[in-house]
Design a binder for this molecule. Structure first.
Ligand code: ADP
Length: 332
């Protein structure tokens, strides 16, 4: 008698769960991401792991799960808790002592080369007062918002965020330090999804933004860009000192605009000298990551928004080699 009375209750409890499980099994994107499925008083509840998904994919998965479960007979409400494992991100700061040495060009091409080497890469344009990554990466798309987070836009396999995508050129110039630092925070804490490396293109010099980055987000290391000229090297030394003082490991130095190959006769001349940065790196005990030649291709490509590291010319090989050395240093 007692077991006959219990039977309908058991069926009532278990059947919707089976139907809910069957509905989830028909969603390939939900495979391995769902746990804690429960059904009580017409409400289906469950946890969906959205780790590693972009904001769009998360919304898509949540909607698909909600839609599938809502169709099961007896379900009046669907409660979904989204969880995401925190991705450990490696921040690489790219700095220089002064402007105009090609730091942004190197940062962009390095990010593209790292992505081509199979890494999931984000590029943060931290030059709040003079953003140039939208131009160099050919990416001026306006980022969307996912809740309170800004969602990076992608070009050449690299996700990117720059203040230049969010405000009119020049309008950030009026911002005071705290506002610039808060803007930097919004960029770094954007919705980077499963990006494992963030390349941060710092403003030139040793100001507030550099300090904020180092104090709050602790980069795994810094790359210094310098031309072979002595003057740039003296400036570079200041940037190096700052990273040292803040205990940010120096991953290496890149010598940019090193040697110019004439596009007509092929003769190589050295308008800024050559080898100066490599020699200085040795003296300062910093690894040397490579030399980027001064080429018309690089200059034009930057203006046209096509980073040469994404192509298959000589420059692409140069940046691929620098990215390789950098990855070796990161794992050393
Ligand atoms: P920074 O970020 O140090 O201010 P940019 O990356 O904006 O410097 O570069 C300054 C200018 O120099 C840009 O016009 C860029 O295209 C050019 N440039 C940078 N590196 C090279 C290079 N190796 N060969 C030719 N032009 C370059």
């Amino acid at each position: 008698m007692a077991s006959a009375a219990r039977a309908p209750i058991c069926r009532f409890v278990s059947e919707p769960i089976l139907a809910l499980e069957a509905a989830l099994a028909r969603l390939p994107d939900a495979a391995g991401r769902v746990s804690g499925l429960r059904f009580k008083d017409g409400a289906a509840s469950l946890v969906v792991d959205v780790g590693g998904l972009s904001a769009g994919q998360r919304t898509g998965l949540e909607q698909a799960v909600r839609g599938a479960l809502a169709e099961v007979t007896g379900v009046a409400e669907v409660r979904i808790v989204l969880t995401a494992e925190k991705v450990e991100r490696t921040i690489i700061a790219v700095g220089s002592g002064k402007g105009g040495v090609g730091k942004s060009t190197v940062a962009a091409n390095l990010a593209v080369a790292l992505a081509r080497a199979g890494r999931r890469v984000g590029l943060v344009d931290a030059d709040i007062y003079g953003p140039s990554q939208p131009r160099i990466m050919g990416n001026s798309a306006r980022p969307a918002l996912a809740g309170k987070q800004i969602v990076p836009t992608e070009s050449y396999g690299v996700r990117m965020l720059s203040i230049g995508q969010l405000v009119e050129t020049g309008s950030a110039l009026a911002w005071r330090g705290p506002m610039a630092a808060s803007a930097l925070g919004q960029l770094i804490e954007g919705d980077w999804g499963d990006a494992e490396i963030l390349v941060v293109d710092l403003p030139p010099g040793t100001g507030d933004i550099q300090l904020s980055l180092m104090q709050k987000w602790k980069p795994a290391g810094a790359v210094i860009v310098s031309t072979p000229q002595d003057l740039a090297l003296i400036d570079a030394t200041r940037a190096i000192d700052l990273f040292r003082k803040m205990d940010v490991p120096l991953l290496g130095l890149v010598e940019n605009m090193s040697g110019y190959a004439c596009p007509h006769c092929g003769e190589v001349s050295d308008p800024f000298g050559s080898g100066g940065a490599e020699a200085a790196a040795k003296v300062m005990g910093i690894p040397f990551l490579g030399r980027v030649p001064l080429t018309l291709t690089l200059r034009r490509a930057s203006d046209e928004g096509v980073p040469p590291a994404a192509g298959d010319g000589e420059e692409a090989d140069v940046f691929a080699a620098i990215a390789r050395r950098l990855l070796e240093r990161l794992t050393a």
